[in-house]
Design a protein around this ligand. Structure first.
Ligand SMILES: [Zn+2]
Length: 412
């Protein structure tokens, strides 16, 4: 068993120890596994993420400096340090361990913050925490409940921050399973340990936990609740504590400032401005559609007047460079519905290159077959019904000739 120094002092960032075993890096995992007789490095467990840092030679730190990239717990209760270095330290070597203090402090803020938060959910609404996840950017707890109201979230946040501001002592104590029964732990402890390590936030929370914690709640800084969402087991509450809360608030403010700048307004007016813009876009889109319909109607009437029938049919062939597929489809519809015996062969060369073939009801041709054949020759695809079909081609190359070929067929 490794002697875990962090159990007794979360603020111990340096320690000395001896290498008891080394597992050399495998081909695939280029990290050496190093075991020590004692360590202050926290291994990933209980929802808290591992520490990182360095291992140097005791007494002569310039001899070597190895990066501790990951720390894990083995099944037999030991702590393994994964080292990123060309050469691993040797067994029996005296080393000095250096914990990354910023990362440790951050983890203490998130984990102690979680205890305060989970206790606040119990105290106010009897909502039990079933799991805790510490992420790179934010952390979350899962609550075993059916419904969570935004007002409840705010109330919990207020109480949790009051506990932080009261700067209550956070003490570590030990108790046997039997003794713990009467202490009123927030949730039942794991049954596989005889002695329990208890984290005691004075007169607010008592939980069995092996994590690294602050000594006073004031060191948590603050607790900011973020997204809440339904998950399979209940509700997930995302939160950030301490420096992370500041970083998150700073980022939010920058994003809001940028958005407000686009509207030349105040950040608090952003939702109202966005709503207004969306309404305007909806209005403009509607009126544009109406105008295009009117335009298609007008254009179709003019084209039908200008076209002289041959063999009793009007074959209208046109290629547009500045219209989209939706418009030429609209135009084809208007052309073939206004009069009988009209066929429209339209194309647009603005990306994506598209073709629309249509005929008035009762005409004998199969527009779908004609279009499929034409676009296939151009290297594209398409289809539709007997009276109306559309398709696309990769380039404008050959589109004019294709329309001309079909027009000839329809006139014969
Ligand atoms: Zn804990």
């Amino acid at each position: 068993m490794t002697d875990r120094l962090y159990y007794h002092d979360s603020f111990l960032y340096e320690f000395e120890g001896e290498v008891t075993e080394v597992v050399p890096a495998a081909e695939i995992n280029a990290r050496h596994g190093v075991y020590l007789d004692r360590t202050a490095f926290y291994p990933t467990s209980g929802g808290q993420v591992h520490d990182t840092g360095w291992i140097t030679a005791a007494g002569k730190s310039e001899a070597f400096r190895m990066r501790v990239a990951e720390v894990a717990e083995t099944e037999d209760g030991r702590v393994v340090h994964y080292i990123e270095a060309d050469k691993a330290p040797e067994r029996g070597m005296r080393i000095r361990g250096l914990i990354d203090p910023a990362r440790r402090r951050d983890h203490m803020q998130q984990h102690s913050g979680q205890h305060v938060l989970s206790a606040a959910f119990i105290k106010l609404f009897n909502m039990p925490t079933v799991s805790f996840h510490m992420g790179e950017e934010s952390s979350s707890i899962d609550l075993d409940i059916a419904k969570l109201e935004p007002a409840q979230v705010e109330e919990v946040e207020t109480l949790a921050n009051r506990i932080v501001q009261e700067n209550r002592p956070v003490e570590i104590r030990y108790a046997t399973q039997d003794a713990a029964q009467d202490l009123g732990l927030r949730k039942p402890p794991r049954a596989d340990k005889d002695e329990l390590r208890l984290v005691d936030i004075r007169e607010f929370d008592l939980s069995a936990c092996g994590g690294t914690h602050v000594t006073h709640t004031g060191q948590i800084g603050c607790i900011l609740l973020r997204k809440t969402e339904r998950v399979r087991q209940g509700w997930r509450v995302e939160f950030v504590c301490g420096q992370r809360a500041i970083t998150t608030a700073r980022h939010d403010y920058q994003v809001l400032t940028e958005a407000a700048g686009l509207f030349s307004g105040h950040i608090w007016d952003v939702p109202q401005q966005v709503r207004k813009s969306l309404d305007e876009i909806r209005g403009v889109t509607k009126s544009r559609e109406r105008l295009l319909e009117e335009l298609a109607d007008f254009q179709a009437a003019q084209m039908l007047t200008e076209t002289i029938p041959a063999n009793g049919r009007k074959i209208i062939r046109r290629i547009y460079a500045d219209r989209d597929l939706a418009y030429i489809r609209l135009l084809a519809q208007r052309l073939t519905r206004k009069e009988e015996n009209v066929a429209a062969l339209l194309a647009t060369t603005s990306e994506p290159v598209s073709l629309v073939f249509a005929q008035s009801k009762g005409m004998p041709f199969d527009m779908s077959a004609l279009l499929k054949e034409s676009v296939a020759k151009l290297g594209g695809r398409g289809g539709g019904s007997k009276d109306m079909a559309q398709g696309g081609a990769p380039t404008i190359q050959g589109v004019e000739a294709a329309l001309e070929g079909v027009a000839k067929k329809l006139q014969s």
